[in-house]
Design a protein around this ligand. Structure first.
Ligand code: GDP
Ligand code: ZN
Length: 340
């Protein structure tokens, strides 16, 4: 009897230029691409490049974005870390990637080498689905403006944000709880954790299971400590420790994923940097502030950016106390810098 070659499903953990490490139920396999796929990628790449030149004729962000989406929707994507693939296990233990499964999400990174007037973006992480935004109750004092920025980016990139307020064991200003309530009200998950008392750690661990997650947040809030409590040794691997000491461990700009022993994956600090550069077009920013949504479309001007326009429904909602003034200030800060 001839054995059928074994077909497995896996996730690309790392790799580029045709050689990839893929995490499967049977361990990590080093894989290459099947010839047919290689050809399809080469073709896609050349179409994409010519397609890109025309992107910049579009006057508005949304026209440009739509064209970009149309261009990418019809093309097979370049294989990226985070992609789910089907592969065949070869006799020598290596694997051959035969199929790429559809992507749920893409985290883009601005191309640092591109012409500043014509920025291009590259997908650096596929299928990322959640971002753990870490703050501390104290040491350092929480900066909710940073949280607002990360939340808006998550909304724009369609990633689920988990708000993690660490160091609950430290004495802190009671206003931290008041501020945090502002975020649980519209439905965000807010976790309170401490690596010293263990509070919230099991809950956080359960929320990471079977997801592809990224830890983000200011330095010193406890990201690497949390990651190490959840999975010992993981902080160094994901580059979180070197971030704290300011020594860049990563020389490459590509991202990598690391499997969690209970299931799921964590992305490394290259993913964090990509997230920080995410660009939200000004006309889309208001949608990324969830509590603004009921008022959108109610302004006098249909292209209102809700800054100082006459007859602005968002502005009115702030004056009437339905939208928190500090959240609105975060919006203003972001929309004015995006406009430059
Ligand atoms: P990162 O820069 O966000 O990765 O932060 P680190 O994990 O390096 O933590 C910064 C400091 O905060 C370290 O001295 C940790 O020991 C401390 N720390 C982390 N988590 C907690 C916590 O839950 N409670 C307290 N009191 N300190 C913590
Ligand atoms: Zn308005």
């Amino acid at each position: 009897m001839i054995n059928e070659p074994e077909t497995l499903t896996g996730v690309i953990l790392s790799g580029a230029h045709g050689i990839y490490d893929v995490h499967t139920d049977e361990g990590i396999l080093r894989c290459t691409l099947r010839g047919k796929l290689k050809k399809a990628f080469a073709q896609a790449q050349s179409t994409k490049l010519t397609g890109k030149a025309s992107l910049y004729k579009d006057k508005t962000y949304s026209a440009r974005r739509q064209r970009q989406e149309e261009a990418t929707a019809t093309l097979p994507p370049r294989l990226t870390v985070g992609d789910y693939v089907k592969l065949r296990r070869l006799e020598d233990g290596a694997g051959l990637i035969e199929e790429i499964l559809p992507r749920q999400s893409e985290l883009l990174r601005k191309d640092a080498n591109a012409d500043a007037k014509r920025p291009t973006a590259q997908t650096m992480l596929a299928n990322l689905d959640q971002v753990v935004i870490v703050l501390a109750t104290a040491e350092p004092e929480p900066h909710f403006g940073i949280l607002d920025r990360y939340l808006a980016i998550c909304e724009s990139a369609r990633l689920r944000p988990l708000i993690c307020i660490n160091k609950v064991d430290l004495p802190h200003d009671p206003r931290v709880e008041e501020e945090a309530a502002l975020y649980s009200r519209p439905g965000y998950t807010v976790l309170w954790t401490s690596i010293h008392t263990g509070e919230g750690i099991d809950h956080l661990r359960s929320l990471l299971k079977d997801h592809t997650s990224l830890f983000s947040g200011p330095s010193g809030v406890g990201k690497s400590s949390l990651v190490n409590v959840i999975e010992p040794g993981m902080a160094i691997k994901t580059g979180l420790v070197s971030e704290a000491t300011g020594k860049g461990r990563h020389t490459t700009t590509g991202s990598q994923l690391y499997p969690l022993s209970e299931g799921g994956w964590l992305a490394d600090s290259a993913g964090i940097r990509a997230l920080a550069t995410w660009n939200i077009p000004p006309e889309e920013l208001a949608k990324c502030f969830v509590e603004f949504r009921p008022y959108l479309g109610e302004c006098f001007f249909s292209d209102c950016l809700h800054v100082d326009e006459e007859g602005c429904a968002i502005h009115q909602a702030v004056d009437d106390g339905f939208i928190n003034g500090r959240r609105y200030q975060s919006y203003i800060r972001m929309v004015t810098e995006e406009e430059r």
